[in-house]
Design a binder for this molecule. Structure first.
Ligand code: UDP
Length: 238
């Protein structure tokens, strides 16, 4: 299928994606590979901003189930995203890409606070903006932060890098006959509870008509291919 060209995209990187083959934390080789791919996409003319997750280090909900206070645990999760954002910034700078980390929770000694107009300005100057600390609020996820920032930054699409090549009608790791959608509606994703992003993120994208492109970011060169319209992915639209 021919996909529309997207000039400005928000790329959501989950914490898990940064673990690479590991079970926890940050795998430098994986982060370096992703930085190379992001640079390649930028060189192809795309404007890119990133939201990074924190699940490779800390997840609030899981910690609260083990007795942590939920709000404190969520703040810890948000702090984890800042660590990841710095790792991604570092890797991007090593390949010569100018970046700024903007945190929803001000941390003046480490990065800039999130100010929408400032973020816009950075993007106009050709920098890659990395949004850290999610939405800045507990009880949310970085998926929702990704949808929110994509809307605020007037992105043409939200790219969700995963370990599968799109959205399936059943879990392809468990069901052999599972079929991949080339394109699927937001409503179908919500009613069939398809695992794309959490429901609030999907609803936010639906309301703001921001397509979600789900693709396999574990495969080298895939981001550029999908952006060019000839890679395998699923697009979620109205
Ligand atoms: N988090 C939060 N508010 C936000 C974004 C994230 O409280 O707006 C916390 C939450 O505890 C979450 C953790 O940060 O579990 C890490 O984010 P997430 O689980 O979304 O990361 P990912 O799954 O993408 O690695």
């Amino acid at each position: 299928m021919t996909r529309p060209a997207f000039k400005r995209i928000l790329l959501k990187l989950s914490g898990e994606a940064l673990m690479g083959p590991g079970q926890f934390g940050i795998d430098p080789a994986t982060v370096d590979r992703m930085a190379g791919e992001i640079k390649q996409a930028q060189e192809a003319g795309h404007e890119i901003c990133l939201v990074v997750g924190g699940g490779n280090i800390f997840r609030g909900l899981a910690a609260s189930e083990q007795g942590f206070d939920r709000t404190s645990a969520d703040y810890m999760g948000m702090l984890a995203t800042v660590m990841n954002a710095l790792a991604v910034q570092n890797a991007l700078e090593r390949v010569g890409v100018d970046t700024r980390v903007l945190s929803a929770i001000p941390m003046a000694s480490i990065c800039e606070p999130y100010i929408r107009r400032r973020a816009m300005r950075h993007m106009e100057k050709g920098r890659i903006v990395i949004f850290a600390a999610g939405t800045g609020n507990p009880y949310f996820t970085t998926d929702t932060a990704a949808a929110l920032r994509a809307a605020e930054m007037s992105c043409d699409a939200l790219f969700k890098g995963t370990s599968v090549d799109g959205v399936y009608d059943a879990d392809p790791k468990k069901v052999k006959s599972a079929k991949r959608y080339d394109s699927v509606t937001f409503n179908r994703v919500l009613t069939d509870n398809l695992r794309v992003m959490d429901a609030s993120a999907v609803a936010l994208c639906r309301e703001n008509e921001i397509p979600i492109v789900v693709f396999n970011f574990r495969e080298t060169g895939n981001l550029a291919r999908v952006l060019a319209g000839d890679g395998i992915a699923t697009i979620v639209v109205n």
